[in-house]
Each structure stands twice: as structure tokens, then as C-alpha cells.
Design a protein around this ligand. Structure first.
Ligand SMILES: N[C@@H](CCC(=O)N[C@@H](CS)C(=O)NCC(=O)O)C(=O)O
Length: 267
């Protein structure tokens, strides 16, 4: 299968840090599905998506299309999928028993967190279908909770070129990449807010302590959703911030990250 992720500075296997593609990579490896990654520069995403004939699945606040990755193309079934949640559902339906089995075992994954989001970070577009609604809702909640703290990471994304940075600067209505830097007291406050949010989330992981996942020893797509963000944090947070975050709340998120490593191979 062909998998499309956002290009970072080589070697991409060590630098790739885009949340939604990470969720899909973890799902592909969970299912043990062979795939090969194509790295796409940010300014190229709209063209690549259009050439594949995949409509946008995300909108800017003004209603215009936001062209995103990941994309998965499966030539064996002639499928082209352009949304990480749809990719997970597709993998589950097409390869129900492959790899580590069911990505969506029935479970209650409750997490409520309603932050204010900056205008340039639009919420995920709500899904109308009712496929795995419990997981879909969790995906939306997690996205909002982490996006509220994404300014801690954005500046440190190792994008592949100045053009990619400029595309993001323009979109955010900023003057330069330096505008994304958050330091000093505002950074400390934001780190503390991230710690508190993760404390709420850690409660979900404390229900079954037989393993690092929400269901204990058994990973599900809910763990992979959080995992996508942990991979972004681990690859972007500067200094020892990631080491600190790993250790918060009894090491819940360090253990989760370590538990997901078996699904993290970049291919
Ligand atoms: N609902 C989509 C959202 C995908 C998304 O927002 N992808 C981001 C990367 S994590 C992206 O492609 N951004 C492109 C850009 O910023 O230009 C999904 O889950 O796949």
C-alpha cells in the first residue's frame, strides 16, 4: 500500500512528527500491513491530494478546503482514503483479523476537555456517519485537548524546507516562523496546562493497570489516537520537556509511548 505523510528534514524515519499520519502508521503496523511511505512537502499536499482525486476532509474556519495528509492508497481493493479515522476503519473492515486483531474493541472511552482553540487551528470536522462513534468522539476530544497545546511544538517541527515553513506562516497570518516561538512564562504556563490536561487523560489509563494501554495489555485505536500526539511531542518538544512529560502522572504516557514502539516502525 502507498502511504502519504508530510516531509520533514531527512532522515524522515527519525524526524516525521505529524499527528494524524502517525495515527495511521501505528494502525498500519498494528495490522501488520505492508506499506511504503511517500513524503510530501507541505506546499505540495493540495496538488497530491487533487491528483489522487481525494476531496478535502477538513475545512478552515472560513469554509474553504484544508488539504491534509495522511492518505492511504490500497491498489488491491482500488481504495483511496484521505482521513486517518477512515483509514483505521478501512483497515479494520478489510483486514479484520490481521496483525494484532481488532482495532475497535467495544469500550467506553470517556474524556471531556473543552479548550479554546486559536482560529488557525480548526477543530476536526465532525463526522456524520456513526461508525465506531465512541472512538470517533474520543478522537475529536483528544484532538481539541492537544491542539490547545500545539504551540509548544509547532516551532520545533523539523519541516523540510523554507517553502514549507512559509506556507504555514502565511496560513497562520503570522509574519515569520519566529512568531511561533513560545518561551519564558507563557511557555511555563502552557506546559502546566498540558500537564493538567494529561492528568485528566491519565485517569482513563488507570482503570486497568495490567499494561500500558487503556484496556491494559491490549492496544486499541484509542491508544493509537493518543499515541499520534505522543510521537509528535517526543519529536518536537525541546530540551528535556519530553522526558518530563513522560514521567508525569506516574509515567502513564512514557509507558504508553514505550508500549506503542512495536507499531512505530517507519517504512
Ligand atoms: N481529519 C484529518 C486531519 C488531517 C490533518 O489535519 N493533517 C495535518 C497533519 S497532522 C495536515 O495534513 N496538515 C497539512 C498542513 O498543515 O498543511 C485526518 O484525521 O486525517
Amino acid at each position: 500500500m502507498d502511504f502519504y505523510d508530510i516531509a520533514m528534514r531527512p532522515p524522515e524515519a527519525e524526524s516525521c512528527c505529524s499527528v494524524n499520519p502517525w495515527k495511521s502508521r501505528l494502525a498500519l503496523n498494528f495490522k501488520g500491513v505492508a506499506h511504503k511511505t511517500t513524503w510530501v512537502s507541505v506546499p505540495e499536499i493540495p496538488r497530491v491530494r487533487r491528483d489522487l482525486g481525494i476531496p478535502a476532509c477538513r475545512k478552515y474556519p472560513d469554509g474553504s478546503d484544508f488539504m491534509t495528509l495522511p492518505i492511504l492508497v490500497d491498489p488491491t481493493t482500488n481504495s483511496k482514503i484521505g482521513d486517518s479515522f477512515d483509514i483505521a476503519v478501512y483497515l479494520q473492515k478489510t483486514y479484520p483479523t490481521s496483525g494484532d486483531g481488532d482495532l475497535f474493541p467495544p469500550q467506553v472511552v470517556e474524556f471531556a476537555f473543552e479548550p479554546d482553540l486559536p482560529a488557525w487551528a480548526p477543530r476536526l470536522t465532525e463526522r456524520k456517519d456513526a461508525e465506531y462513534p465512541e472512538y470517533s468522539k474520543f478522537n475529536m476530544m483528544i484532538d481539541a485537548a492537544f491542539t490547545a497545546h500545539v504551540v509548544l511544538m509547532g516551532y520545533y517541527m523539523p519541516l523540510d524546507s523554507e517553502e514549507s515553513k512559509e506556507a504555514m506562516v502565511r496560513r497562520a497570518g503570522a509574519d515569520s516562523w519566529e512568531d511561533f516561538k513560545v518561551e519564558g512564562k507563557p511557555r511555563e504556563r502552557m506546559i502546566e496546562s498540558l500537564r493538567v490536561m494529561l492528568g485528566e487523560l491519565a485517569k482513563l489509563f488507570s482503570k486497568d493497570t495490567s499494561g500500558p494501554f487503556i484496556m491494559g495489555k491490549r492496544a486499541s485505536y484509542a491508544d493509537l489516537i493518543v499515541g499520534g500526539w505522543l510521537y509528535m511531542m517526543s519529536r518536537t518538544l525541546p530540551g528535556n520537556e519530553w522526558q518530563e512529560a513522560r514521567s508525569w502522572h506516574g509515567g502513564t504516557f512514557g509507558s504508553l509511548y514505550d508500549g506503542l514502539q512495536k507499531y512505530a516502525e517507519v517504512k
